[in-house]
Design a binder for this molecule. Structure first.
Ligand SMILES: C[S@@+](CC[C@H](N)C(=O)[O-])C[C@H]1O[C@@H](n2cnc3c(N)ncnc32)[C@H](O)[C@@H]1O
Length: 490
């Protein structure tokens, strides 16, 4: 029986509501095959167009333990790739037979949003989408340049799909796809594609969401981050909700055409949104014309240099320039008044690890950056120990420790991290026998066998996390992080 229903929402339009009480850490909604799931433009080459199995070019935590399948291109268009005959046959029957010839004829691959809208038409789902999903056509229309792009893309969808529907209707459909698409991510939250499904699209936004959306391949699920009473609205975050308020609001207004009026946006508090007071250590949130400390009411100076640094750091984050990222990161650490938890500081640490240190095999540096994020920042960003992002970070960290060959024994820390992940997985991801849960269980077993093989007594292997005396080991690790932060500030 479904635990949710689509109903009018006080936030405007419709939303998704619980029909029964849903405990924290349980599944709210599962859509094994959403209406559209496609690799985005950057991932067409290394992602199966049917099951969205991702075979990344650079090593990732998951590829180490769940071997990647080789992908072969469709011989007709050479655009779509598949991990096996079954996937190719399923995709062909469902949609690819309608798009293959067009893809083959075109000199360039069609943009993801156009491919997604075409797939709605190919499955004859446009009636439902037009009836259930907002498109904000008038708002797109009011934006000159953007409307020009939407107009051309809509024309493309109309022409390439060969639909009998009118061009204006197809344009409305294209707008609905733009506003309601979801970024499809891997189990380690790397963006690889576009997902679109009218039911999932009925979920509204909040910057402190009570639910989170995850993917395993193309399968989508929504899980509760807190106890949600019956008849309550299910809310997810459309943006990176660790970003400061101004950035969240800008993105929500630009992409989704609304001004967020959630509790965090209307009475912002906490160090994710503000700057630190040098006098009392309180936090000041940028207001209309001043940043006033919430404790001592003094004005916190936010200089033009800080504003420039903020802009440059965000720009570096969205580039591939690891030197620029490192320069931004150091400058942010050195800026008095910049809280550790104000982005893009943490995002830069993670981007450097994923885009720089892991591909370069610099495990020591990757470890220090990741430790800082996991120990100091994740508990602020994701207060629930079972938050899927926090659990995935813990697993990545355990794997980074395993790469370190500096002579130190991190056995207990690795074991502790894997115990923590395995304990949280049923609530973070659900059934531990598939997807990420299975990867964690397999890794834990593998490490248990390795530790037991060693000659030294490892009496703590197999014990519960609380009983293994991890604190003393963690002190050493925390010391590493503190030393690293000092170094960054120098
Ligand atoms: C993915 S749809 C969500 C479902 C939508 N409410 C509907 O009726 O179809 C996204 C749109 O919902 C609205 N929306 C979502 N969250 C909102 C919020 N917190 N406040 C106001 N509008 C919101 C905006 O119009 C946004 O463009």
């Amino acid at each position: 029986m479904s635990k949710v229903a689509r109903r009018p929402s006080p936030r405007g339009g419709h939303g998704l509501f619980t029909t029964t009480a849903i405990p924290a850490g349980t599944q709210i909604l599962s859509i094994p095959k959403p209406l559209v799931t496609i690799p985005d433009d950057a991932h067409l080459q290394n992602t199966c167009s049917n099951c969205l199995h991702h075979a990344p070019d650079t090593p990732s935590v998951l590829t180490t333990y769940s071997p990647t399948r080789k992908l072969s291109a469709c011989l007709g268009c050479k655009v779509a790739k598949y991990c096996g005959k079954e996937c190719q046959a399923e995709d062909w029957k469902r949609v690819h037979k309608h798009e293959c010839k067009n893809f083959a004829k075109l000199p360039r691959t069609l943009p993801g949003s156009v491919r997604a809208a075409m797939r709605v038409l190919m499955q004859n789902a446009e009636e439902r989408v037009l009836a259930e999903c907002v498109g904000h056509v008038d708002k797109f229309q009011a934006e000159g340049k953007r409307w020009e792009v939407v107009f051309i893309m809509g024309k493309g969808v109309h022409g390439y799909s060969g639909t009998k529907r009118g061009e204006e209707e197809v344009r409305r459909l294209y707008c609905a796809v733009l506003v309601n698409s979801i970024t499809l991510v891997t189990e380690t939250f790397d963006p690889i594609g576009i997902a679109f499904d009218p039911l999932a699209a009925s979920i509204n936004h909040d910057c402190t969401p009570n639910a989170v959306m995850l993917f395993s391949g193309r399968a989508l699920q929504v899980r509760a981050l807190e106890d949600i009473p019956a008849n309550s609205e299910v809310l997810i975050s459309y943006t990176d909700n660790t970003a400061p308020r101004e950035r969240r609001q800008l993105e929500l207004a630009e992409k989704y055409f609304f001004t967020c009026a959630c509790a965090r946006c209307t009475s912002p508090s906490g160090p994710m949104d503000g700057f630190l007071c040098a006098v009392c250590g309180g936090v000041g949130i940028p207001g209309r014309d001043a940043v006033m400390c919430n404790k001592c009411s003094r004005n916190i100076p936010v200089t033009a240099d800080m504003e420039i640094l903020e802009q440059e750091s965000w720009a570096a984050l969205h580039s591939t320039d690891t030197e620029g990222m490192m320069a931004g990161l150091k400058a942010l650490h050195k800026t008095p008044g910049w809280p550790l938890s104000r982005q893009p500081l943490s995002a830069l640490h993670l981007a450097l690890v994923q885009g720089g240190y892991i591909p370069a095999g610099d495990w020591q540096k990757a470890l220090l950056h990741y430790l800082l994020v996991y120990l100091r920042l994740d508990p602020i960003f994701y207060p629930q120990r079972f938050h899927p992002v926090r659990v995935v970070h813990g697993f990545t960290l355990a794997n980074l420790f395993l790469q370190i060959t500096d002579g130190s024994d991190y056995g207990k820390v690795v074991w502790g991290l894997l115990c923590e992940c395995a304990a949280q997985v049923p609530r973070s991801h659900g059934d531990g026998s598939v997807g990420f849960g299975e990867v964690v269980a397999r890794k834990k077993e593998e490490i248990k066998r390795d530790l037991e093989k060693e000659e030294r007594t490892r009496e703590w292997v197999g014990m519960r996390l609380e009983d293994i005396g991890l604190e003393a080991e963690m002190k050493r690790v925390v010391g590493m992080v503190e030393g690293f932060v000092k170094e960054l500030k120098r």
